[in-house]
Structure formats: C-alpha cells, structure tokens
Design a binder for this molecule. Structure first.
Ligand code: NAP
Length: 521
C-alpha cells in the first residue's frame, strides 16, 4: 500500500496545515519516508462536525448493518496484515511476528464485537409494562435501552501500534456501541496508523455509511489533543499513555462548560506476591517466569509485572538468583521512541536514588535507544518509606521487595495505589494468607491472577483491564474486553410510547428476538 501521509477527515484525504513530520526508525534513529501531514484545530473541527452529522444515522443503524460493518473492517485488516505489521515493525522496533499476532487479535476483536452487536445484550433492554390498576398510583409503561453517548475522541497509544491504536479495542468498542470516532494517531507510528485508518474508512464507504463515522487526525504537540477534548461536539474521550498526559486531558474535560467523561488508562506496576509455600517449592521457576513476562515488549506494556514481593526465607535466594540470571542474560532491545528511552533511564536513576540496590543488569548495546534490562532489590521497610519506589518505570526493569513477615507483606499490599492487576503465587498451605490479602488487593486492582502471569491479554466477557486511580481515571469500566463497550453507552427511558414509535428492540412481541428484562424477569 502506498502511504500518502494525509489526514483522513471523513471521505477526504487532507494535506498538512501545520507542517509535516516523518516517522523515526528507533533501531537506526533514521527518519522513514514519507512525510506525514500535521493538522490542528481546523481539522479537528471539520472531523467533529462530520462525526456529529453522521451520529444520528450511524447510531440508528440496525444491529445487522453495524455488525456487518465491523466484520468488513476485520476483513480489510486481514488483507493488509503483513504490510501493516512490517510498517509497524519499522516504526516501533518491535518484532514483526509479534505485530502480525497483534494485527490478528485486532481483527478477531472486530469480529467479536460484531457478535456482541448482533446478540444485542449490550442494549440492556428493560420493559416495565404499564399497571393502570396499581394502587395507590397507576404505573406508566417504561422501556429502557442503552444508546451511544455521541462522537468519541480516541487517543492512539504508542506501545501497541495496532491493539491500542487506530484499529484497537477503543475504536472497535466505540463503533460497536454506535458512536462515531475521531482517532488521534500517535506520532510514534504514523504509517501503521494510516494503513489501519484506510482499512476502516474503506469499510465505511463499502457499507454505505455516512463519511463522518470515522476520521483520523494527527498533530504535533498538545494543541491537537486539547482541541479534541475541548470540542463541544465530542462527548467522550479515551486515552492510553502517561499519567501526566491522561490527567491533563481529564482535568481539561472537566473544565468544559459541559464536562465529558475521559476514560484514561495510565499507569500500573502490577504487583506480584509470592506466598511462602510457593516460594519454597517454586521460587526459581516463578522468578524466571516473572522476568520473562517483564521483558515482553521491552517492558513497555501496561501489564508488565514490575514489582515482586516475597517474604525472606526458604526459596528467596533461588528466586533472586533466577531473576538475576534471566535479567543479566537479556539482550538490550530497541525501545519505542527516544523520549520513552530517556524516560526509562531517568526512571532507573530515580529507583536507585530512592534507595533500591541494583542486583543485575542485562547486556549493553551501542544503539542509542536500546533498553538494557535491570533488576533492583529493596527491603520492605525502605519500600514502605519511599513512595517513589512504587512508581511505574516504563521499560525492562523490575524491583524485588524482600519483606520480613506476613504482617509486612500485608502492609506492602496496602501501600499500593490503584493497579490494573495483581498476581499471587500460592500453594495449598498459602490459602489462609491469600484470603487475608484478597480484600486489600480487590480494593486496589481490576484483576487478580493466581499462579500465572497476566499474559496474553484475553478479550472476553470477563476481562477487566481497568482499576482504581491512577491505573485509570474511572474504575467502573474496563478498556479491554466485551464490556468495554459500556464506556460509550448511556440509558434512555421511553415512557408511555405507542408501539409504532418505540425503537425496534423495545417493541411488543420482541421482533428482533433480543434478550430483555420484562417486569424484572
Ligand atoms: P503520552 O506522552 O501520555 O502521550 C499519549 C498521547 O497523548 C499522545 O498522542 C500525546 O500527544 C497526547 N498527549 C499527552 N499529553 C497531552 C496533553 N497534555 N495535551 C494534549 N495531548 C497530550 O504517552 P506516550 O507518548 O505513549 O509515552 C510517554 C510515557 O507514557 C512513557 O514513557 C510511559 O511512561 C507512559 N506510557 C504508559 C503506558 C501504559 O500502558 N502504562 C502506555 C504508553 C505510555 P503527543 O505525542 O503529540 O505529545
């Protein structure tokens, strides 16, 4: 596919209004052709106007039409999978095979959401029929369905150039909900973004949908993101990235005259706790598995396990030895951008300055943005005294926290801020301690994993990829999985409607055969 570098505003290819940029190959530190157009508030306004104009028609498409559209996107993505993975590999330094897998997951996700749309359960239909004879007051006929919230702005993430980017879960779930989408492409992978955006736009056209269903904008600096969050026609925002960026956009959205929800997924260290019997029996094996998972995506992953907590005792030495060995054998690998690499190096310094001891480092390399893996260790007392030690370091590093006893382990568990996940390694004799750990972990995390590492990410109905602040800005929702669609829905009640005026899913006789709660049943 020939990349044009244009912005995709509805059906139009739009050139630069605010200069151009080139992608950087992080492995060579060299720019890659072609030049990509940068836009600003004018392009955001055009895209938002089109998204608003398209909204009524798109959000009222039949479930069958919307599902077919999502499947059409999946088919288009399948056709470009290799090209997309090759370009994404060039722009991110991530292995092409991994990116092909990521593209396959994105395709699967669009098909899964097509199924969700067809089955219609997400509409959460409820009917409370009229009760004219009820005493002391009659009840009107009440019917409820969920509808899309409005045009949505989605910020593509840097670290998964497909799964959390243009054709990622945010876009799939928003389109499934019936929302129109403006995607703000991440400048770390503009070519991969264009390939995905063209696949979506072609599906919009092939399915005869209004052009404003999908647009992709790109800009430099904060101006374009701010214009999106400020735009009065935008009704919700999703974001994956730094806590600083996510919170800046969140606060901005709350200062609008009409505040809107910002679903930001930001930061998590995903603490892992090894309980005593598991440590004694499998310390080395867990240490090895932990580091293997920590190194995935060169540690640039929201579910990277960054902190491992264990009680000093039998198995601890084996654990430390296995972790050190794995870390020291790991080759330095290309990180996503020079900025992320620089942030990683300063994160390592911060950990060391906060009192952690460097236990092992991976091999070096001469390439400028290669991330060298690192393992630090600290005792529980120091960890509890220094909040900096529980901050995320985005890259291939981990911190081993050695605690004295169960009481200190529980104190450490209670010291964490909100997390996407926590993991427990346990055996039968560890169950009483695990039961005591559960309440503090449930309060602080969106998912708790036992005897495994939270990988690979499943996209299913029971997935929770969310958690209390600062993991996300809204702990009531997940950004991955089939229920992520709920971020883009709101309830509307129809009272006393004649049947012919009701939305089809709510009509008498259930013409679409959808699941409905009738009079509480
Ligand atoms: P980022 O700096 O938070 O940026 C993400 C997106 O938001 C980019 O498109 C960025 O635009 C935009 N943005 C950020 N702050 C903004 C603001 N104040 N106003 C308007 N737009 C804003 O994240 P990143 O570029 O992916 O990486 C930087 C750091 O984020 C990493 O070092 C890492 O610490 C963290 N991160 C964490 C995760 C995670 O899953 N936990 C994932 C990715 C990144 P510009 O690019 O134009 O600035």
């Amino acid at each position: 596919m020939q990349l044009t570098g244009n912005l995709l505003i509805g059906a139009r290819d739009v050139g630069a209004s605010e200069g151009t940029m080139k992608a950087l190959n992080p492995a060579t530190n060299q720019p890659i052709e072609p030049a990509f157009a940068l836009g600003g508030p004018t392009e955001v306004d055009r895209a938002a106007t089109l998204a608003d104009e398209a909204f009524d028609a798109y959000s009222h498409t039949s479930l069958a039409v919307r599902a077919a559209f999502l499947e059409h996107i999946a088919d288009n993505l399948d056709r470009v999978r290799e090209t997309l993975a090759a370009r994404a590999a060039l722009e991110t330094g991530l292995p092409q095979a991994q990116l092909e897998d990521e593209a396959l997951k994105a395709t699967t996700q669009f098909r899964q959401f097509a199924d969700v749309v067809r089955k219609g359960r997400f509409l959460q239909l409820a009917i409370d029929p009229e009760q004219p004879e009820r005493q002391p007051r009659p009840r009107m006929d009440h019917r409820l369905q969920k509808i899309a919230i409005g045009p949505v702005a989605i910020f593509g993430a840097s670290n998964f150039p497909i799964a959390y980017s243009v054709a990622g879960g945010d876009t799939a779930s928003a389109l499934a909900a019936g929302a129109t989408v403006i995607l703000k492409a991440h400048n770390a992978h503009p070519g991969a973004s264009e390939i995905q955006a063209r696949a979506i736009r072609e599906a919009v056209q092939a399915c005869g949908l209004p052009e404003g269903v999908f647009s992709m904008v790109r800009g430099s600096g904060n101006a374009i993101g701010e214009a999106l969050v400020d735009h009065p026609l935008i009704k919700a925002v999703t974001f994956t990235g730094s806590e600083q960026g996510g919170m800046a956009l969140y606060r901005r959205a709350q200062l609008r005259t009409d505040p809107i929800p910002v679903f930001a997924e930001m930061t998590s260290v995903n603490p892992t706790f090894i309980l005593p019997q598991a440590l004694a029996e499998r310390g080395a094996q867990i240490g090895d598995g932990f580091v293997e998972r920590m190194l995935v995506n060169v540690g640039q992953a929201c579910l990277k396990p960054a902190i491992l907590v264990a009680i000093e005792g039998t198995g601890f030495e084996a654990l430390r030895h296995a972790m050190s060995k794995r870390v020291s054998e790991a080759p330095a690998r290309t990180m996503l951008t020079p900025g992320i690499h620089a942030a990683y190096l300063s994160g390592l310094c911060a950990i060391e300055n906060a009192g952690a001891r460097l236990v092992a480092v991976g091999s070096t390399s001469t390439a400028e943005v290669d991330g060298r893996s690192a393992l630090f260790e600290v005792d529980g007392q120091r960890f509890l005294a220094e909040p900096l030690l529980s901050q995320e370091v985005f890259g291939p590093s981990a911190l081993l926290v050695k605690v004295r006893d169960e009481a200190e382990l529980l104190r450490v568990a209670r010291s964490f801020k909100g997390q996407l996940s926590a993991t427990l390694h346990l055996e039968q004799d560890d169950l009483p301690l695990a039961r005591r750990l559960l309440p503090p972990l449930e309060r602080r995390t969106g998912r708790i994993v036992v005897n495994a590492f939270a990988h690979p990410q499943e996209v299913c109905f029971a997935t929770v990829h969310g958690g209390p602040f600062p993991a996300t800005s809204d702990s009531r929702f997940t950004s991955v999985g089939m229920t992520s669609i709920e971020r883009f829905l709101r309830p509307v009640a129809y009272q006393g409607f004649p049947d012919a005026l009701l939305p089809e899913p709510l009509r008498d006789g259930n013409p679409l055969g959808l699941p409905r709660l009738v009079d509480g049943h």
